[in-house]
Ligand binder design. Structure first.
Ligand code: SF4
Length: 309
């Protein structure tokens, strides 16, 4: 049974998630009318269920919001076609897109305007990738791996590369190398964000010592799933859980040292019961594995920061 618990630092909430959650929280406190949220505000079941219980209405199709309704766009960003639809239907939009996702949209938009063919490295179907691709759907191909790069038809235009923000740092380097090999003149932006990078680095350091790594996060959270993959890639057993009740105590057998971390959309309060449970099971030694100090903060969406002062 475990005697030592390693806690990754940083772990859990990033600045983009804090901003999106604060925005929705303030709206629910301030307005009487229904608040529609296009896509999960962040990819975490506990957070989404909490907001749903307070009255937020989560929708996956913008047509589900009545004309003129108040709609929040999630942290993952949206396809410009959705924004246009919202304008035409006079929806009152609060855009909680993470500024680091907006930056990728702007890169893609400019590249398309400048005549580039865009390769978007990311997981097809993910909310963020759908949104970014929407900047220039006819000029964009999504590539998920080095294999995908080989399958791309020779483009007639110069190539511009952007990435999803929450990818595996190492896998993405491999994909970018494959792109450089095929298109040596490609303009490349690696948009993996600071939070994703730091959380993966912390897991790597934990995995050097741990027998088991537990990652708190939901299965649709890209950055949480990547943390599990990073630990496994280092030969360590790793499990993704939404919280304590998902943990099978048998996992702790033959695990002297357990590492614990959480994806960027996970509140720390979900880790507390796991830590308490491990203490009851005999963990006496708790150590932080610190790889970075995060000081990034983003301002609330304009409409709300005005109200907030
Ligand atoms: Fe923004 Fe990165 Fe957090 Fe996504 S994981 S919301 S890109 S800071």
């Amino acid at each position: 049974m475990p005697h030592t618990l390693l806690l990754a630092e940083p772990r859990g909430f990033c600045a983009g998630v804090v901003r999106a959650i604060d925005a929705l929280d303030r709206l629910l406190n301030q307005v009487e009318e229904p608040v529609y949220v296009f896509h999960e505000i962040v990819h975490n079941r506990y957070v989404v269920d909490g907001f749903r219980s307070r009255g937020a209405v989560f929708i996956d199709d913008i047509s589900e919001a009545p004309d003129g309704a108040l709609v929040v766009f999630s942290a993952h960003g949206v396809d410009p076609a959705i924004i246009k639809n919202a304008e035409q239907r006079e929806l009152k939009v609060i855009d909680a897109t993470c500024p680091l996702v907006t930056k990728v949209h702007l890169e893609a938009r400019k590249a398309a305007k400048d005549g580039y063919k865009i390769l978007l490295v990311g997981h097809d179907g993910h909310d963020e990738v759908q949104g970014t691709k929407g900047e220039a759907p006819d000029r964009t191909s999504v590539v998920d791996s080095a294999q995908d790069v080989l399958a791309i038809n020779e483009p007639e235009a110069p190539v511009f590369v952007v990435t999803q923000t929450t990818l595996s740092v190492e896998d993405t380097l491999g994909t970018i190398e494959a792109i450089k090999g095929r298109f040596p003149d490609a303009e490349i932006r690696n948009d993996i964000c600071y939070a994703t990078t730091n959380r993966q680095q912390a897991v790597k350091e934990m995995a050097e010592r741990a027998d088991l790594v537990i990652v708190v996060g939901s299965t649709n959270s890209s950055n949480s799933v990547r943390l599990v993959e990073v630990a496994k890639s280092m030969g360590v057993r790793a499990q993704l859980v939404d919280g304590l009740t998902d943990i099978d105590p048998n996992w702790y057998t033959d695990s002297d040292i357990v590492g614990l971390t959480a994806g960027a959309s996970v509140p720390d309060e979900l880790l507390d019961p796991i830590i308490e449970d491990l203490k009851i099971r005999g963990v006496e030694n708790i150590e932080a594995v610190v790889v970075a100090e995060e000081t990034v903060e983003f301002r609330l969406p304009l409409e709300l920061s005005g109200n907030a002062e």
